[in-house]
Design a protein. Sequence first.
Lengths: 73, 300, 163
Amino acid sequence: MNEIKTIDARGLSCPQPALLATQAIKKLSKGTLEVLVDSATARENVSRLAKNAGWTVTIEDKPDGSSRIVLKK
Amino acid sequence: MMLIAGTVPIKDMPLTLGKVTSESGYLVVGGRSIPCTQGTGAMVSAALATTSYLGLEAPHALLVGDIGKGEGSRKLYQYLIDHIEELSPAVLALHYWLPNMSQTRQLCAAVEKCARRPIMIADAASMYSAKAAGLAEKFDIFTPDPTEIAFLADPEATHPAYIARHLFETDITRAPELARAAYRHHGAAKILLAKGAIDYIIKDGEVLATISEPNVPALEPIGGTGDTITGLVSAFAFAGLELHEAAIIAAKVNRMAGKYANVTPATKVREVIAQFPAVFKDYLCQWSSVCGAKGGRSGD
Amino acid sequence: MLFQEVSQAMAVEKMLKAAGYMVRLVAPPPELRKGCDLAVEINLVEQPGIERLLKEKDMAYTSIEPIRAKTAPLLDAVKVTDFGRWVMVKAGNMKITYEKESGVIVNVSGGGCPDIPYLHAELIDKRLDQAPRPKALGFTLCALNLERALDECLALYSGGNKT
């Protein structure tokens, strides 16, 4: 079973969520990453950079305003 | 961790290592209060403001009191030489101290033994002694002002007090040329953040970026505004930005904070640092290559 | 003439000049440099008299060596910038900024040696003619440049030309 690596970027200010996601994507050439964010900007940035790097992106918005972004390659 | 090492102008302060916090406008390290003024205090304050905003671990500081006699400086570097392997910082930023080439050599040798080599940043007299000892190329980032670029370019000078006169009389627009000379003479770190009326980000002798806006001439006379750039670039490097990008954004933040603070030559550096959070909020996303947001204030 | 500490070289140079000797501060030869270094260049012919004077004054030095290798003079260039209400004077790597009208020092910048933040605190908000002398309080080459900057500020300010 593939291990899912989680990056909890909630509470972090831009550009930190995108930076953490970029670093994780670089390190893990393929697999599944889960990025937790709590702002629309972070959600857009992480999604965009992941797509640009060839990862598929699925977003699950939570009732508390945060989002769980699942990246797969 | 991010580790900043330097001297502070508190006569008998012993060697102190700790995570930095702030309280009532002062920095607090190991229970000791340090003023946020020109020197390592301003640098640490800038780094703390940045890590706080980004939600990162606060910097650690290794500080010692030294008003110029050198005893504190020697203890500081000896501690680093003896403990850097176990401390194993992700970023090591070296700042004010009494330059000593021998201890600089020993420190660089100790750093080579670290399991994970830290990002090495130097400014102030730590930069002077690294260059004088022939070890500039061991460093990732130097942050020289115009006189210090001339010092780096002068293969004979061991301190900026001795640079050749014809190099001193150059203006900042000659910084790229002087930087190339510095690289030729092995007097430059991999990246130079040459700070002045125009900031140049230079990597391996080539200018990657030129930053001249906003133009805030009154930043130059303010003691500590060079130190804040070093604090900013160290924190951005710790945050994981590519080093050249960390340098570019550091230069931009410093200028914009000067504009936000409406500085005059009489402004004190803590007033500039106080504007960092507002500048981060308005511009950091826009300036970072990993973000796509537009930002800024109207009229900027 | 070589010394353990920069401050010793500065003190001896000051004393010898006051005693009428023509001496100057220079960098020691390259192989003897530590990082922040200062030597006093003397006329070897005058060595006996100078040694005697230092002994009388109980002032220490390491040795006197004939010059074989190149010594470097201290940079003595000064640059003045007018900021309207303020003037900034740069000497080497050090800058002092003062308010024209009052002659009060508002900022000190530059440098990298540990006496500079200390001198910054001591000079800020003092009038130029009441400020402590960096050479008397400081220990390093940066302090020496700051002294030069202060001298130039005083000359500008007291010359009636506050710019």
